[in-house]
Design a protein around this ligand. Sequence first.
Ligand code: SF4
Length: 373
Amino acid sequence: MFAPFYAAIADISATIRRHRDRLGRPVIGVLPAYFPLELIHAAGGYPVQLWGAGVAIDHAEAYLQPYCCSVARSVLELEMRGSAGLIQAYVFTSLCDTLINLRELYRRLFDKPILGLSFPVTQFAEGRRAFLADAAEKIIKGLEAVTGRRVSADALRAAAGQFGRVRSLQRELYRLRRERPGAIKNADFHAVLKAGFFLPVDEYGRLLEDLLVRLESIAAPAGRRPRLILSGMVFDPLEAQRLFDEVGADVVDDDFASGWRTVSKATLPVDDPVEGIATHVFGGAPCCCIHHPEKDRHDYLVKKIRDAGADGVVFWYVKFCEPDAFDRPQLLARLKQEGIPATVLEMDLSMKSVESLRTRIQAFCEMIGGLEI
Ligand code: SF4
């Protein structure tokens, strides 16, 4: 039942090309995260989300040092080696310093439209709104220039409905995973999420609906295995996610920017686009990259763990993401205070083997107990 999702990510270029030709929409690459994809769709574009790739870094080395995050390095590598020819334009958010600098690099290096949506760092909703009023107008105009189509109120409403529906289906999948630990393999779960980065919203929504019907009667396996929550920016590499299945641990929830932090966002409000973008960016689960004084990541994570009945947390650190690294010491300290076991796994998206992670995961699961060995 997961085959269509694996097929979509087996050859990502082929998937994008097929749907681009079917839809006749220009492909717009979105550098993560939290850009309202609804705007691109409403402007007649085909958004694909670029959360990094497992490629060897060769060309990008000339511009990004080894201590830049592997999301930025690998995405730049794809464009530099000519593997991103399907992408007609890029949209960047200002999630972190790396992305802001990467956006400027793209502007200098490549002959493609490069759009940016900067997120305000302010304590107050009013300040956010004032800042975004200008930013929203610019981004919508930029998208319209790329696609040659106006973002009409009807198109935006329809797009909000489609993307909102997809996220609500994804939340349903999350609920099943939480309530029936082990019923959905961890690798399969993440293949479903990853396919959503590249499939158009109509196709992906259909596949999700079909999957959820098939999963309705699925039961959790007997017995209790270690239950984990994963936290980080990016859930890749997918091969590493498979290790939890092989070791015999159940991931019951996550706090990934490419996972729940995005999936948790409500349907985009469209009556006022500025308000809509602000709600989208600052709504949903808290993130290390979004300054939101009313959202405490520590309380949030502890509650998530308790709600899911998890035994421990694995911090999934894709090197060298600064915002993720900056938050972690305080989060670890809070988990320690609460008596919740936690460990940190460091990885690179272009790592050749994930076997070293297997030993770490196994050791952590043995430590928290319940592993059948
Ligand atoms: S992984 Fe971290 S450092 Fe890299 S682009 Fe994302 S937020 Fe920025």
